[in-house]
Design a protein around this ligand. Structure first.
Ligand SMILES: [Mg+2]
Length: 163
């Protein structure tokens, strides 16, 4: 079996934080801590509006070069606590990925963040994600994880891991 690379969307490819800073404001994290995401409820189509993150194209192209295009997937999560406020989230995320990353990319849903670990099929599958808990759970499931902070460090980790 060929290894696959699973790319997280928000915080790795899609600029959720940049959008939040611009639209919700500097206290955006406090809104997410609200039971149903507070002010975010006014933006039900936000997942269609996120900017692509700097370097996301290079990251995707590098992953394709390492394992082949058919083995690079997006693994994203639905906004669990607030999901009733984002009825188009799944469709918007798929459309976003096709527009900004690749028209043929497969978009997998946890469906929630805690379920990402179950997509690890064997020990060489790699998850690139900006949430430490997701990476920890992926490693416990037997996979290789890269905690994403910025593109160049992730590319370095990828090179070491796959050489
Ligand atoms: Mg993320």
């Amino acid at each position: 079996m060929k290894p696959a690379i699973f790319l997280d969307m928000d915080g790795v490819l899609a600029g959720f934080e940049d959008w939040s800073q611009d639209v919700i404001g500097p206290d955006w994290k406090a809104e997410i801590d609200q039971p149903e995401w507070g002010a975010y409820q006014n933006h039900p189509r936000l997942y269609s509006k996120l900017p692509i993150m700097q370097g996301a194209d290079v990251l995707y192209a590098t992953c394709c070069k390492i394992v082949g295009k058919d083995h690079v997937h997006i693994l994203t999560a639905m906004p669990n606590r607030a999901r009733s406020h984002f009825p188009h989230a799944a469709m918007d995320k798929i459309q976003w990925a096709r527009t900004y990353i690749s028209p043929s990319i497969k978009v997998l849903f946890g469906p929630f963040a805690k379920d990402k670990q179950h997509h690890c099929r064997y020990g060489k599958d790699i998850l690139i994600d900006d949430m430490a808990i997701n990476i920890e759970q992926w490693r416990v499931a037997g996979g290789l994880g890269i905690l994403h902070t910025e593109v160049f460090s992730t590319l370095n980790h990828l090179e070491v891991m796959t050489s």
